[in-house]
Design a protein around this ligand. Sequence first.
Ligand code: DX5
Ligand code: ZN
Length: 217
Amino acid sequence: MCQIKIAPSILASDFSRLGETVKRLEENGADLIHCDVMDGNFVPPITFGAQAVKQIRPHTALPLDCHLMVLHPETHFEDFAAAGADLITVHAEACKKLLPRLHEIKARGIRAGAVINPATPVEALFEAAEVADMLLVMSVVPGWGGQKFIPESLKKIERLREYCVKIGRPELDIEVDGGITPQNVKDVICAGANVIVAGSAVFRSENMREAIEALRG
Ligand code: DX5
Ligand code: ZN
């Protein structure tokens, strides 16, 4: 059984207080900080980029999990590496080829992830499963926090975990992102995910520590 890790998404937080927020997440039991980078092209909204990641870096020792919802992600690898990203995840839909992109990330000493949108078949991650450090299944259409979990994502996670077992990587991190609540997290973990992204569930709660704990299933 893989270790369950909670990756709160700062997308749901107050952007004027990011430093303070990541520190508070660390003190309250988060395992990773999920940074949602949006470019206004791959997804309609724009959030923040490598400069913001660089500025939050000194405020936490937790790994910074950078989810790049951007076109041409490879043009940003250098900046995110210099900013102190620990993990860079690229969308299959934004890359003609995933493998070279994953190798470029790893060549910078950073963990590499690959992600698919809800409309993309899970097979799009199979090749990446051989080299990636993490696979991410979007359980909402990317771009916005606070959406409803798409139940069909469970089947995709199951198939992906089965595939990881089949290729001899049973413990590969499988992350799920979007609409996760204390109510549905058990299903997601049962299906085979072990890295849980949560924006609203963490930031719209009264007690951050309890909210994070409640996501461990
Ligand atoms: C959506 C982002 C998610 C989002 C999750 O495009 O990738 O990380 O912040 O937010 P919730 O948990 O509110 O669905
Ligand atoms: Zn995300």
